[in-house]
Structures are given as structure tokens and as C-alpha cells.
Design a protein around this ligand. Structure first.
Ligand code: GDP
Ligand code: MG
Length: 293
């Protein structure tokens, strides 16, 4: 059997540059939630791609480069440590806008990284006639996660950097995260799509019941918001809003799980949960500062 390659790849960049969308395009599955509102991603999302002799683990690390995103110090340290240990880094900066700041200057702790870094000019479909320079230092790729232009070039570059090493996951694994994680993420993504500007930031979701083996798969989720007024907005007139939310989230979950799902959604208020460390830890959410939005 030929030698196998295995590599971990960190996807980093400022908020809203297309990190989550790129992760999905690289893996070919909708894993990471995306939004035109910044800071939708609260936790690292892991996507696994196995192709030919290589297995890649891509990780979208939220908020690493946004000083206003108050990551808990412990989480920030964990994110930095993960990026430091990754085999290579994809540094995203949107095409066209301006020249990107030099990669490590944004995160002082990463100044000493020695692994290969590629500059990815994302959202290239919004721009005309840019030229990539895969041989440059750093190598530069113009990529559109939307049209998939440039995706293969990135994968080739990653392959060339990947160390010869045994695989860690099965060849059909697409993530290392539990199914429950995606349930709450997709509920949150539906909230970003259907609720007003600020509400999604006050919202957390928790899986209360997940009936393994049931068909349709029964999942009960509680949505937590901070105020009664928010609860009323989530439920909507005659329960219309929550029905839409549930339908949208269910479709996303069914697509990923490839099975029918019964999503039972509830809404509760948990006053000021974002400023309570216990609740913040319980929902795996590390910011932003409630007073800043
Ligand atoms: N036109 C275009 N839009 C994109 C592309 N990639 C991401 N976007 C959009 O940019 C916004 C931010 O993307 P997201 O992946 O959530 O950014 P993140 O905050 O860096 O994870 C979303 O509305 C995406 O749909 C792309 O290649 N082309
Ligand atoms: Mg994101």
C-alpha cells in the first residue's frame, strides 16, 4: 500500500471573510453555518476530507482575528495552540478589497509559526481578472467558495504540504463532531436567516433529547433567549416564526444526516445568560460581550 498522508489545516481570517463557506466547499458538505452577519461561528468546526492517499482535517476557528470578539481567554489560548500545531494554515482575505495585512501581525502569538501559510483571496467571484501565484512566497490563491473556482488548487497545495502519516479517521468520516453539535448549529443558522438583526446573538440552542434509532429521528431542542420580548419574537404570531425556524433547521439537519427528522422546538428565557459563565460554558459559547451589541 502506498504511503498515506494526513494533515491538519487551520482556516483563519477576520470575521465575514468566508472561512465557514470555504470549509464547506473544501469538504463538499454543509457543516459550518454561514451568515452575512459577522460572528455566526461560535465554536471551531471540523471538516474531514479523504481523497486518494490523503486525509485532511480542516478547522474553522472563530474569532481568532477579531479583537472585539471576546473569546474566553482559555478558548483563545486553545484556538491559538491548535493553529500553532496545525500542519498548515489557510489565511483568508477577500479578493479585491485591499492588500491583506501580513498574516501573523493580526495575532501576536502566531508570529513564530513555522508551518506553511497560503494566502487565500476569498470571494473571487465578486472580482474580475485576478491572478493567482501558487509558487509565490507566500503562495496566493484566488478562490470562490461559491463557484468552486480555485478550490482544487488549494487542495493540491495542501496535498503537497501534507506529511506522510497514517490517517486518523475512517475514509467516509466528514467530521469529528457529534450529530448534536450540528443540530444546534443549524437551529442557530436558521435563526440568523429568519430573525432580526440582534436576536440571533442572544440565542442559544440545546439538545434535550435525541432518540437514536427512531424514524423519523426525534430531536427535541430548547432555544434560549434572554428576555420575554425575544421569546415572543422567536415564537411569532400564532407560532408562525418558530414553525418557519423549525422547518428551515429540519431541512438542513435532514440534508446532513441523510434521514428524516422530527424536530421538536421549544423556547425558554434564561435572563442574561450571556453574562453568566455557567450558561456560557453550557452552550459552548464564548462571546461577544453582551454590552457591545
Ligand atoms: N460571493 C461570494 N460570497 C461568499 C463566498 N464565500 C462566502 N461568501 C459569503 O460571505 C458571507 C460570510 O461568509 P462566512 O463563511 O460566514 O464567513 P466567516 O465569518 O469568515 O466564516 C456569507 O454571506 C457568505 O455567503 C464566495 O466565495 N463568494
Ligand atoms: Mg464563520
Amino acid at each position: 500500500m502506498p504511503d498515506r498522508r494526513f494533515a491538519t489545516v487551520a482556516i483563519v481570517g477576520k470575521p465575514n471573510v468566508g472561512k465557514s463557506t470555504l470549509l464547506n466547499a473544501l469538504v463538499g458538505e454543509k457543516l459550518a453555518i454561514t451568515s452575512d452577519k459577522p460572528q455566526a461561528t461560535r465554536e471551531p468546526v471540523v471538516g474531514i476530507l479523504t481523497r486518494g492517499d490523503a486525509q485532511f482535517v480542516f478547522v474553522d476557528q472563530p474569532g481568532l482575528m477579531d479583537p472585539s470578539y471576546l473569546l474566553h481567554e482559555a478558548m483563545r489560548r486553545a484556538a491559538i495552540s491548535w493553529v500553532k500545531q496545525s500542519d498548515m494554515i489557510l489565511y483568508l482575505h477577500p479578493a479585491g478589497i485591499d492588500e491583506p495585512p501580513a498574516f501573523p501581525s493580526l495575532v501576536p502569538e502566531l508570529r513564530s509559526v513555522r508551518q506553511p501559510v497560503a494566502l487565500v483571496r476569498s470571494m473571487a467571484d465578486k472580482m474580475a481578472d485576478e491572478t493567482a501565484d501558487p509558487e509565490g512566497d507566500p503562495p496566493v490563491f484566488w478562490v470562490s467558495a461559491r463557484t468552486r473556482a480555485g478550490i482544487e488548487d488549494i487542495l493540491e497545495w495542501c496535498h503537497a504540504q501534507a506529511p506522510v502519516r497514517p490517517w486518523v479517521y475512517d475514509d467516509d468520516d466528514i467530521t469529528s463532531q457529534p450529530q448534536r453539535f450540528f443540530v444546534t448549529e443549524f437551529v442557530r443558522e436558521a435563526a440568523f436567516e429568519l430573525l432580526g438583526q440582534e436576536l440571533p446573538y442572544s440565542l442559544a440552542a440545546e439538545v434535550d433529547e435525541f432518540r437514536e434509532g427512531s424514524d423519523p429521528l426525534y430531536i427535541r431542542v430548547t432555544i434560549y433567549v434572554e428576555r420575554e420580548t425575544q421569546k415572543r419574537m422567536v415564537i411569532g404570531k400564532n407560532g408562525r416564526k418558530i414553525k418557519m425556524l423549525g422547518a428551515s433547521a429540519r431541512a438542513k439537519i435532514e440534508e446532513l444526516f441523510e434521514q428524516r427528522v422530527y424536530l421538536d422546538l421549544w423556547v425558554k428565557t434564561l435572563p442574561k445568560w450571556r453574562s453568566k459563565p455557567g450558561a456560557v460554558a453550557r452552550f459552548g459559547f464564548a462571546g461577544p460581550d453582551a454590552s457591545s451589541i
